[in-house]
Each structure stands twice: as structure tokens, then as C-alpha cells.
Design a binder for this molecule. Structure first.
Ligand SMILES: [Zn+2]
Length: 81
């Protein structure tokens, strides 16, 4: 898959490199909130999310996160229209 980084460059993403590549979204199972890692804010407090509460999505999309029951974080994603 191909994704766009925050500096506007496009990179090809390979799942084989998933462990060394930053994912786009991270779910916090303790609050059932999904954060957009490239847009994270201080208020997200994602560094306080315990490893066991971290959830990643395949495919790495907001839709996928919503289907798994996560709500978009109001700080980094905002309310969807
Ligand atoms: Zn957030």
C-alpha cells in the first residue's frame, strides 16, 4: 500500500516492515478511542496507553477502527461530519 507522510511525500508501505514503520492509527482499548498518530496532540496522552491496550488496524484506516468499535479522538481526528 502507499501512504502519504505529514511532509507530503508518498511512501510505499510493506507489511513486512510493519514493526519498524509507524502505523497511521492507534486504538486505545481502555477508552475505546482511536488516535491518528501523525496528528497526535499533547492532549491525546497516547504515551500513557499501556501496551496491552494498544490496538492497530489492518487495513490501517479510520473506517476499520470504527468498525472495531473505536471512537475518533476529538484532539487529533475530531468529530466526523
Ligand atoms: Zn488523539
Amino acid at each position: 500500500m502507499i501512504w502519504r507522510t505529514s511532509d507530503g511525500k508518498t511512501r510505499t508501505f510493506s507489511w513486512r516492515l510493519a514493526s519498524s514503520t509507524m502505523p497511521g492509527y492507534m486504538g486505545d482499548k481502555s477508552g475505546m478511542t482511536v488516535h491518528h498518530l501523525a496528528m497526535k496532540k499533547y492532549e491525546c496522552k497516547i504515551y500513557h496507553v499501556k501496551k496491552k491496550n494498544q490496538s492497530y488496524f489492518i487495513p490501517d484506516t479510520l473506517d476499520c477502527a470504527k468498525k472495531e468499535g473505536f471512537s475518533p479522538c476529538s484532539h487529533c481526528i475530531g468529530k466526523s461530519p
